[in-house]
Design a protein around this ligand. Structure first.
Ligand code: OAD
Length: 272
């Protein structure tokens, strides 16, 4: 694996591993970039096919849903189909391995994601979702969680493919309690983050010794502010991203894909 990396990258991974050695409290924030190598386009990528004339930022808003709920709903149904068959890549798997290793060694490794896919969970991680979950729906009026009839018998919260597979998957569904439209249980631009998830994220960022930002453009707040919070409280900040970001808190930048760096870094940290 090391052979794939340039000498400069090998040195950077060594430095990062050295910085992380013997640290007890580590906080990681992931964004769409970590799922890119699984085949899920990031938010800043241009949309394709039917949706090429729409910007994700214009569809993921309460205003867009109020104005044209069918359009926003069908975009999310399309995104669910896009994600349904995607699998964790080496970055997700390395993080899951590291998390298990840390737990066994009584280290605190908090994994926070802005992603609404479940690839971290599929890889075996415990993860705090800041922006909701593509698998869930709720009423846009009374907030009651929605589970399709064919999903009532299922125990898990797995992606509700029964909705996706239905012929009328793009037809709006109404709430059986109040008649409001059902919407994805996702945080849209301008909406508040889930209270418990945000509290966990803030506490972990404020208390960590090293904060690692992976595959996020660091453009969307409040999530992007977690690195600043960590830095103010004395943490070192590492960024893993092939492209530059406006994150000015970073002490160390590794400019390469997460799926290439994370397995090597985790191997060096865990020794396995
Ligand atoms: P973005 O799409 O804004 O940024 C993705 C980042 O991943 C970019 O900085 C890329 O350079 C980087 N990237 C691409 N491929 C990568 C790879 N293989 N390895 C590592 N990095 C890679 O996604 P987010 O930062 O997650 O919010 O966006 C934040 C939020 O804005 C999203 O959660 C979403 C969005 O609009 C809501 O929907 C509320």
């Amino acid at each position: 694996m090391l052979a794939e990396l340039s000498p400069a990258l090998i040195a950077e991974v060594h430095d990062a591993a050295k910085l992380l050695a013997s640290k007890q409290r580590i906080c990681l924030l992931t964004g769409a970039g970590i799922s890119a190598e699984s085949g899920i386009p990031t938010f800043r990528d241009k949309q394709t096919g039917l949706w090429e004339n729409h910007r994700a930022e214009d569809l993921a808003t309460p205003e867009a849903f109020a104005c044209d709920p069918a359009l926003v709903w069908s975009w999310y149904q399309w995104r669910r189909q896009l994600v349904a068959d995607k699998k964790p890549n080496p970055a997700h798997k390395a993080l899951a391995y590291w998390q298990h290793h840390a737990k066994a060694n009584h280290q605190q490794l908090t994994l926070i994601t802005q992603n609404v896919d479940d690839l971290h969970e599929q890889a075996g991680s415990t993860v705090v979702h800041l922006h909701g979950n593509l698998a869930r729906n709720r009423c846009s009026q009374c907030q009651t969680p929605y589970t399709s009839a064919s999903n009532h018998s299922k125990d898990s919260e797995a992606l509700d493919n029964s909705d996706v597979d239905r012929q009328d998957a793009e037809t709006l569904i109404t709430c059986s309690h109040c008649g409001g439209y059902i919407r994805p249980d996702i945080v849209w631009f301008g909406e508040s983050l889930p209270v418990q998830a945000w509290q966990t994220a803030e506490e972990a960022a404020a208390d960590c010794e090293v904060f690692i930002s992976i595959g996020t453009s660091s453009l969307v707040y409040p999530a992007a502010g977690l690195a600043q919070l960590a830095k103010r409280n004395g943490a070192k900040v590492i960024e893993i991203n092939p492209n530059p970001t406006p994150n000015t808190t970073v002490d160390m930048i590794i400019k390469e894909k997460a799926g290439i760096i994370m397995p090597v870094l985790v191997k060096q940290i865990t020794g396995s």
